[in-house]
Design a protein around this ligand. Structure first.
Ligand code: GDP
Ligand code: IMO
Ligand code: MG
Length: 419
């Protein structure tokens, strides 16, 4: 039995948290494989809302073990704060000893560089994600397993500051006081080390026992992937399905079903190309009806129409077997609904995603709207127009839609096909 995978197929915030939470009720292990506390997942159960950033969205299933994989960058401060929401994490939360650490100085570098970029700023979440992954790739990062030896880790961090002094001085990032740093690390050691394990070995064992169902949870979305997204306006990790292999230590053969999560329209936070963005009153209406403000930073999300070209690209790159279509209710009351079915690019009509996505113009098809689908829990409850819209998206993206979501609540979900 392979490990099933959930992946965002737009620009993040597709509603992955809701689906992971829903599916996690039937899984034994849920693993995050990349990103950090730049992610924000809101889960609503019985009207009560929980916001998660680092802890996998399977945590509300009391029986599931939740793993933070080696591909995740972990801010101990953010994680400890998030852990306070839960009382019974022992044995239910495991952290890979190979996951890299994010410190306050990563956040300071992130913010300083964004300031220096001025009008070319990426619009990061300011959480230090890029600098932490940069340190990892340039072989000067620090891993959570190193909390075992505080003296050594303190020395390594002080050496890192000494080596990079001119760079930090230019950015206005202060060298930490050694004693304060050591105390801080001791606090992290005490609070986090009990959760730190060889996560890869653990997952291999659970895959091998043949009894366990494993779910892999991607953060962000395909169009924010460092290699295949809208570079440089992306995040600093491989958000696509392939990231689960490197981010957990799995082989491609270990992956089972892949489920792509998409909103029934599109949003993006931060800067960068977004072909179907609607700058007019309808974009504003999507933002209002969809409550499109970031879970992590509270920033208003840019809003626009479903982009079937980008979604087909994302489904191909991730190998999506199925899709979940989220937030269909947000389109309630729209007279006409637009979908990008192709792009105009260098004078031609194209149906692929070029690497310079900022130079395309969407070619739209219009669909009839409907009055209300909010709270629908079965296919039969949907108006004809909504069914037609869903079936048209399936045809355009060439991927079946197995799940349709009609409100933030776990229960307001149409399961067309069991996953
Ligand atoms: P994620 O980052 O992909 O997990 O998504 P977020 O949690 O950042 O953003 C999705 C938002 O939409 C959250 O506030 C969810 O509670 C909400 N949401 C999820 N599904 C639905 C839905 O079907 N309808 C509505 N109206 N809201 C939804
Ligand atoms: P979830 O998991 C939406 C965006 C930022 C910025 C770019 C780089 O909730 O879907 P970073 O701080 O990662 O260096 O910022 O990526 N971004 C997200 N947008 N949802 C997210 O996560 C995001 N995580 C990062 O807005 O444009
Ligand atoms: Mg989010």
């Amino acid at each position: 039995m392979g490990a099933d995978l959930i992946v965002g197929i737009q620009w993040g915030d597709e509603g992955k948290g809701k689906i992971v939470d829903l599916l996690a009720q039937n899984y034994d292990v849920v693993c995050r494989y990349q990103g950090g506390h730049n992610a924000g997942h809101t889960i609503v159960v019985d009207g009560k809302s929980v916001a998660l950033h680092l802890i996998p969205s399977g945590i509300l299933n009391p029986k599931a073990v939740n793993i933070i994989g080696n591909g995740v960058v972990v801010s101990p401060e953010a994680l400890l704060k998030e852990m306070e929401q839960f009382e019974d994490l022992e044995g239910r939360l495991l952290i890979s000893d190979k996951a890299h650490l994010i410190f306050k100085y990563h956040e300071e570098i992130d913010k300083a560089k964004e300031r220096l970029r001025g009008k070319n700023a990426i619009g990061t979440t300011g959480r230090g994600i890029g600098p932490a992954y940069s340190d990892k790739v340039s072989r000067q990062g620090h891993r959570i397993g190193e909390l075992k030896d505080i003296d050594r880790l303190t020395q390594k961090i002080m050496d890192y500051f000494a080596t990079n002094r001119p760079y930090f001085e230019a950015l206005g990032v202060a060298t930490p006081d050694e004693r304060t740093l050591k105390k801080e690390l001791e606090r992290y050691q005490k609070a986090l080390l009990p959760y730190v394990v060889d996560a890869t070995g653990y997952i291999w064992d659970r895959l091998q026992d043949g009894q366990s169902k494993i779910l892999l949870e991607g953060a962000q979305g395909t169009m924010l992937d460092i290699d295949h997204g809208t570079y440089p306006y992306v995040t600093s990790s491989n958000t696509i399905a392939a990231g689960a292999c490197t981010g957990l230590g799995l082989a491609p053969k270990d992956i089972g079903k892949v489920i792509g999560i998409a909103k029934a329209y599109c949003t993006r936070v931060g800067n960068g190309p977004f072909p179907t963005e609607d700058h007019g009153p309808e974009g504003e209406r999507l933002r209002r009806q969809g409550h499109e403000f970031g879970t992590t930073t509270g920033r208003p999300r840019r809003c626009g129409w479903f982009d079937a070209v980008a979604a087909a690209y994302a489904c191909r790159i991730n190998g999506c077997d199925e899709m979940a279509l989220m937030k269909l209710d947000v389109l309630d009351g729209f007279e006409k609904i637009k979908v990008a079915v192709a792009y105009e690019y260098e004078g031609d009509r194209i149906d692929y995603v070029p690497s310079d996505l900022e130079n395309v113009k969407p070619i739209y098809e219009e669909f009839e709207g409907w009055s209300s689908v909010v709270g629908a829990r079965s296919w039969d409850q949907l108006p004809q127009e909504a069914k037609r819209y869903i079936e048209a998206l399936e045809d355009l993206v060439k991927t079946p839609i197995a799940i349709v979501s009609t409100s933030p609540d776990r229960e307001d979900t149409i399961i067309r096909k069991r996953i």
